[in-house]
Design a protein around this ligand. Sequence first.
Ligand code: SF4
Length: 231
Amino acid sequence: MRGPAIRLPVLSSEERLAALHRELEACRACPKMVGPVVHGPAVPSRILLIGQAPGPREGSFGRPFAWTAGRTLFRWFEAALGVPEEELRRRVYMSAVARCFPGKAKGGGDRKPDPEEILRCRTHLEREVGILEPRLILPVGGLAVEQVLGHRGPLAGVIGDTRRARFHGVEADVICLPHPSGASTWHKTEPGISLLGRALRLIAEHPEALRAFAGASPAAPAAPDAPPKSR
Ligand code: SF4
């Protein structure tokens, strides 16, 4: 005779993300990574932003996009959505292709995660997608764009459009952004300036962004070097 059915507790998305973050923090799967593991808060958002990897400073701040590239990224969002950094962090889930600082490249700059590291860290990203079931995905930079869309060509071929893609089993709109690194000239020269402005406008008009940022505290006026809002 069967005993009484055991009811397992149903965890919320936030709880599942927090559990995943605990596993992430313990991950030491990549010997070449300098670390530490960096992740954002367990925000159960339908908007998923995917960066490349943390830089050397993010580990000490304990959050992604915490240094100069992040400041540029948040300025872009302020200009386009009127939403300040902390509101964005509260309403958008921030992930990355790799969660540890890869160290410096031989020729200078930060080393890009290698294919094996990307493959290992993809398991975390895949689980996040499964929990969040995002409706809008924002890959930031070529490496994240390649992961989501399989696109390896020039960024101008994908930035400024909304694509529909299936990513780890979930159908979502995808709006790509360039990497906000100060070392990159892509977003500071044409056609990058115009394409970035168009991509940010598409994000601002997307139903999921309108839903996510309804009632958000407005940002201070846009910084002078913010990209144009025109299409
Ligand atoms: S990059 Fe990802 S898979 Fe590799 S050690 Fe860091 S958290 Fe683990």
